[in-house]
Design a protein around this ligand. Structure first.
Ligand code: URA
Ligand code: SF4
Length: 209
């Protein structure tokens, strides 16, 4: 099964958002609190695609509201991409986690390729409605999900590529991959990692013209 069985034909973004609440396209819906669909305007020129909602996002039902999201908002401001002009979504729309130990803290688990593939119909439907100038893939899960399994963020980050990757014509839409904001939080050299994220986001800002 995939999300394709749940995506309503001809729906606008609000229609997609409503339908996604009932998605059972993979097993991730069951232990999670709710579907975290997206945030941001329908006329956005930039679409950010993260990995999956985290613990806070799962509780609040909104993407990028936890620690990584706060860092991302600051990076967007520093790159000259006002956050209210940016649409934020994820490759996978339910929080995948393990729960163990005292207190049963929920620990983020990276989604597998099967989850990204099962969830892709939502992202595809969003992108078809949005018609962005630049798509920004944050981290390997989103980048591989949109650019193919052999894509390496470390090697190709910050480059504007045509999207979908098979198109012969140059963009727009462009796609650019960069590191995930949570990678900045985990980095030994946070300042340098943060500066790299902002530099990549500036490439997207410049592409807007
Ligand atoms: N990390 C993501 O990739 N997406 C979110 O929404 C939050 C954290
Ligand atoms: Fe559906 Fe995606 Fe949630 Fe799986 S992760 S149930 S495909 S919305």
């Amino acid at each position: 099964m995939t999300a394709a069985d749940f995506v309503p034909a001809g729906a606008d973004l609000e229609g997609l958002r409503t339908a996604a609440r009932g998605c059972r396209g993979c097993e991730l819906w069951e232990p999670a609190t709710q579907t975290v669909f997206s945030a941001g305007p329908a006329d956005a020129t930039v679409v950010l695609v993260g990995e999956q909602p985290g613990d806070q996002e799962d509780r609040q039902g909104l993407p990028f509201v936890g620690p990584a999201g706060r860092l991302l908002v600051k990076a967007l401001d520093d790159a000259g991409l006002p956050r209210e002009t940016v649409y934020r979504t994820n490759a996978v729309k339910h929080f995948r986690f393990t729960q163990a130990g005292p207190g049963k803290r929920r620990i983020h688990q990276t989604p597998d390729r099967v989850h990204v593939e099962a969830c892709r119909p939502w992202l595809r439907a969003e992108l078809a409605l949005l018609e962005p100038v630049v798509i920004v893939a944050l981290g390997a899960t989103a980048a591989k999900g949109m650019l193919g399994a052999s894509f390496r963020v470390t090697r190709q980050r910050g480059q504007l590529l045509a999207f979908p990757p098979s198109t012969a014509t140059e963009g727009p839409p462009w796609i650019m991959a960069t590191i995930h904001p949570s990678a900045v939080l985990r980095s030994d050299d946070r300042d340098q990692a943060y500066a790299g994220l902002v530099a990549d986001l500036r490439v997207a800002a410049v592409a807007l013209g």
